[in-house]
Design a protein around this ligand. Structure first.
Ligand code: C2E
Ligand code: MG
Ligand code: MG
Ligand code: MG
Length: 274
């Protein structure tokens, strides 16, 4: 055992840490193989309007690990971000999503749907990000104005001007932007003045207890009002029951995403008909 740990002196001080590091290293090695081995899949979750009709869909990554089963993106995305694997993975996601969008464009029952894709700051900051997105739209034939890129506040902590400029360039082609997990980052509200955003997503951590927690209710109500004043679409995520939906409706929110309507699922299992 001591020999296997080699020179890593951490083993002397904290065997638990050593075990965690090993598990992590193994997961990381597996993740490197996930894309070439075809273990990544996209699930899709609808976003619905006040009447429950789908208006858009968010693409959510799943890793079907051969031994561990389905690994949550909450676990492997941070890992992929640390070692830059997120760049290759991110482009794979984008391409799958664009192909889907192109297929929908040819179907009158689906052609109005937008498709939201999560973009990690690391991928967004790649020097050729804009070109790669445009190339993907072009090669797949996906309509740019149906593609919504979901970014988080962390993107604007550093290099905000550059991010803004990239957003503006993509927007010229019709690509839209959504600010995911709004209110959970460390950013200031000032960026809302200058960035070309189209949508705010209210984080599920506020939605889940808005009926029980006064602060959450206040934050959600204020976010909806803020979005309206800024003429941004607002989406509540993590809506799990009718009481939450009714509260959100009463406070002016018109677009919802959550288990109440549908769980993320493979495309074949998705019900997108109004
Ligand atoms: P997110 O973008 O904020 O996605 C929403 C998460 O909430 C998803 O978790 C979704 O499955 C979950 N969710 C939806 N409705 C409900 C609900 O009613 N109740 C609860 N409790 N949860 C709900 P998921 O799929 O595990 O993804 C977690 C995060 O991983 C995402 O958060 C996103 O930040 C990241 N992620 C997922 N796919 C990608 C991707 O393709 N690229 C990047 N960069 N990040 C991704
Ligand atoms: Mg998202
Ligand atoms: Mg979110
Ligand atoms: Mg989230």
């Amino acid at each position: 055992q001591a020999k296997a740990a080699g020179r890593n002196t951490l083993a002397f001080f904290d065997p638990d840490m050593q075990v965690r590091l090993q598990a992590r290293a193994r997961l990381e090695a597996d993740l490197r193989q996930a894309l070439p081995k075809g273990e990544l899949r996209l699930y899709y979750q609808p976003q619905v309007d006040a009447r429950g009709r789908p208006v858009g869909v968010e693409a959510l990554l799943r890793w079907m690990h051969p031994v561990r089963g389905q690994v949550s993106p909450g676990e492997f995305i941070p890992l992929a971000e640390e070692n830059r694997l997120i760049v290759a993975i991110g482009y794979w996601v984008l391409e799958q999503a664009c192909r889907q969008l192109a297929a929908w464009a040819a179907d009158p029952a689906r052609s109005a749907l937008s498709l939201s894709v999560n973009v990690s700051p690391r991928q967004f900051r790649e020097p050729d990000f804009v070109e790669r997105v445009l190339e993907c739209l072009e090669t797949t034939g996906a309509p740019a104005n149906r593609l919504k890129l979901e970014v988080t506040e962390s993107l604007f902590l550093e290099g905000r001007e550059e991010a803004r400029e990239r957003m503006l360039r993509l927007r010229e082609y019709g690509v839209r932007f959504s600010l995911d997990d709004f209110g959970t980052g460390y950013s200031s509200l000032a960026y809302l003045k200058r960035l070309p955003l189209d949508q705010l997503k209210i984080d599920q951590s506020f939605v889940c207890d808005l009926l029980e927690d006064e602060a959450s209710g206040a934050i959600v109500a204020s976010t909806i009002a803020l979005a309206q004043r800024l003429r941004l679409e607002v989406v509540a995520e993590g809506v799990e029951n009718e009481a939450q939906r009714d509260w959100l409706l009463a406070h002016g929110c018109r677009t919802f995403q959550g288990y109440l309507f549908a769980r993320p699922a493979p495309l074949e299992a998705l019900e997108l008909d109004a």
